[in-house]
Design a protein around this ligand. Structure first.
Ligand code: MIC
Ligand code: SF4
Length: 657
């Protein structure tokens, strides 16, 4: 039986375990990426492991998320990351150089290589044929230290693409189609592999839009074959030496196949407040909008922004709309500046933002109360924009620009009729403008030894978890419903600057559920912790969706949370819980979720013994004298991590052995 491309790359990198769906496999990691919001903890952990120099082929530390610099915290982080990267043999992409995924795709990602990134959108580089996976910072630190990355070998969903996108229909609509069919939940344990004639019609940046938003499906990764399009992109980036053709075997067997005919797709949008709340643009057209933002790691490539500039030449933006444009990288920004496209955008009334994550992670540009905001981003979780409640629609650049001109949600296919604008076909340039001067190469080992790492007081080394008790007594601190995202657990926006200071950041755990004049989640948790009673989080389906931020485990752990009991838990978050010694438990019978209440006192008598050997744990609700079963489904390695009080201790123990 032939192999899928994902299986081939896994097999090429396997160091432990078996390549069989559902089995845990350890793989060698060729490249890592970290970004500033998850990178400081990753590097603090790397330092705690006592490692002098990264052992991967290439590791890059990016500064792209948190550049608002209100107060000294952000800049402190930047200087720490710059100096610790030099010390650790890691490349450093400076603030202003662009969003990690866009820059990595342009300058570093390679077909057939493994890439582990401390950001959930790392699979963007699957667009170039890399096996790119998002993980928590501690997992990435272990990979930088040369350790394998362990994952459950995914089942492979083959997406057969046929046909060709029509004018004004975008790569974004391909992933919207998949999100509408598969939703954001229930896809843990799967990976997506695109194949078929339709793939050859999509450029690498278009493919990257699709693999980027695969993160919203909750799959482990998404990948495209490496073919002529890949060769063309790499050549234009003067990296032809990195090109190698790669594809699944012709007789590869996928665990499931679905077909998408690109010719049948129409412009779509994800309505508030979930990326899978997809509707055809024809159902939304005419809705008034006051804010449009173009950018993010999903849609800020050269081709996307050239299309925007060309369409904007048709006129000025509507006077009731604010339009902001954030180019994905300095390369893109530079090219737009040189060829005049930037001037066209400015003339049309666009506000130009620096190359970075910006509004996507709530760094400014919160929309007005009640305003409909259209964004070319990948997430519209409630409140992520910084306004509560908000009304954020995720759209393609084509819809965004059409709507900016009219002030209403507009079907871009109507632009020729409305404003006489023809679809501007943008081809990849033969040569991108190359300037890597904002990417600092690490010095030699001898020089690195002399580098002084700057670690100002706002950067606090996180406490590690204490060992788990034999018997767990814990109170239900919160009972939250389905699809709780890591943005609910650990808000970003104005709190993002606290990422390097767990005791401070922990104060806003579950901030969105705190009620005025009542004690906060953090206060209740710390009060219990003082009484030596642990905390438990009870949740519904798909707990921990979204970001890879390990703070969503690290901060609750700091507050004394020792278990999460949910109907289901998302992949990256589940790994983060284990890494920080919080036991992930699933209701054996999901109906039991309804029987427990906030403040109930739960007890697990033989926690340690169960973790050692069993897959099922008995939980007694002491408040209601109700007993129910929880599933553990842990691999042997995960059991050992929990019994060692977390991944850092486990890794140290292993290294000593
Ligand atoms: C996001 O898009 O939510 C982020 C911010 O990029 C996160 C990482 C983080 O929280 O720092 C992600 O996607 O992993
Ligand atoms: Fe940055 Fe937004 Fe992409 Fe996350 S999704 S990496 S915040 S641009």
């Amino acid at each position: 039986m032939g192999q899928t491309l994902i299986q081939k790359i896994l097999a090429d990198h396997r160091v432990d375990g078996e390549i069989a769906a559902g089995q845990e496999v350890g793989i060698r990691i060729d490249q890592t990426l970290t970004q500033d919001a998850t990178g400081t903890t990753a590097f603090l952990f790397l330092e705690a492991m006592g490692l002098r120099r990264s052992k991967t082929q290439l590791s890059v530390s990016y500064v792209d998320h948190n550049m608002s610099q209100f107060g000294p915290e952000n800049h402190n982080d930047h200087l720490y990351l710059q100096t610790v990267a030099a010390k650790s043999g890691v490349h450093h992409s400076r603030a202003g150089n662009g969003i990690c995924h866009q820059v990595h795709l342009e300058r570093f990602a390679k077909p057939g290589a493994t890439l582990l990134g401390s950001d959930s959108h790392t699979p963007t580089c699957g667009g170039i044929g890399a096996l790119a996976i998002g993980a928590g910072g501690l997992d990435v630190a272990v990979a930088m230290a040369g350790g394998p990355f362990y994952l459950k070998c995914p089942k492979v969903l083959g997406v057969k693409l046929t046909g060709k996108l029509n004018d004004w229909v975008a790569a974004k609509d391909v992933i919207f189609e998949l999100l509408s069919r598969l939703s954001t939940k229930g896809n843990v344990g799967w990976a997506v592999e695109y194949f078929g004639q339709g793939t050859s019609t999509l450029s690498v940046p278009q493919r990257a839009t699709i693999t980027n938003m695969g993160a919203e499906l909750g799959v482990t990764t998404s990948i495209f074959p490496s073919d002529e399009q890949t060769g063309k992109f790499l050549t234009a980036q003067k990296r032809q030496q990195d090109y190698r053709p790669l594809a699944a075997d012709p007789d590869a067997e996928y665990d499931r196949i679905i077909e998408v005919n690109l010719s049948d797709l129409v412009p779509m949008a994800a309505c508030p407040s979930s990326p899978d709340n997809v509707k055809k643009i024809t159902e939304l057209a005419g809705t008034q909008t006051h804010q449009i933002i173009i950018g993010s790691c999903t849609n800020s490539s050269f081709a996307d922004l050239m299309m925007i500039a060309k369409v904007l030449k048709a006129g000025r933006i509507n006077n009731m709309v604010e339009l902001a444009v954030a180019p994905g990288s300095r390369q893109v920004l530079n090219m737009l500046a040189t060829n005049g496209a930037l001037a066209d955008m400015i003339s049309a009334g666009a506000r130009i933002l620096e190359s970075g994550c910006g509004p996507c992670i709530g760094q400014g540009f919160s929309p007005a109360d009640g305003a409909v905001s259209l964004r070319t981003f990948n997430r519209n979780f409630p409140g992520r924009s910084g306004t509560t409640p908000d009304s954020v629609y995720l759209v393609s650049p084509e819809i965004a620009v059409a709507s900016a001109l009219t002030g209403k949600i507009t079907d871009p296919r109507d632009l020729p009729k409305l404003l006489g604008v023809e679809y501007p076909k943008i081809d990849l340039p033969d040569e991108f403008t190359l300037d890597d001067s904002m990417i600092e190469k690490p010095p030699s080992e001898a020089e690195a030894a002399k580098v002084q790492v700057l670690r100002p007081a706002t950067i606090v080394v996180p406490e590690m978890p204490p060992p788990l008790p034999k018997k767990l007594k814990a109170q239900v601190l919160i009972k939250c419903g389905d699809k709780i995202t890591t943005d609910h657990i650990m808000p970003a926006g104005p709190f993002l600057k606290l990422r390097s200071n767990v005791p401070q950041y922990a104060k806003v755990v579950f901030n969105c559920f705190n009620e005025p004049d009542k004690s906060t989640f953090a206060e209740r948790a710390l009060e219990l912790k003082q009484k030596q009673i642990a905390g438990v989080i009870a949740a519904g389906q798909s707990y921990g969706q979204g970001s890879s931020r390990e703070h969503a485990a690290l901060c609750p752990m700091y507050l004394g949370v020792r278990a999460v009991i949910a109907k289901s838990i998302e992949r990256i978050h589940r790994a983060n819980l284990i890494n920080f010694c919080i036991v992930p438990i699933e209701f054996a019978d999901p109906a039991d979720y309804d029987k427990i209440k906030p403040d109930d006192l739960l007890q697990i008598d033989n926690l340690l013994e169960t973790i050692k050997h069993d897959d099922e744990v008995t939980i007694t609700d002491k408040t209601t004298s109700f007993e129910f079963a929880g599933k553990l489904t842990l691999s042997d390695r995960e059991r050992q991590i929990l019994l060692s009080a977390g991944l850092l201790n486990y890794t140290r123990k292993k290294n000593n052995e």
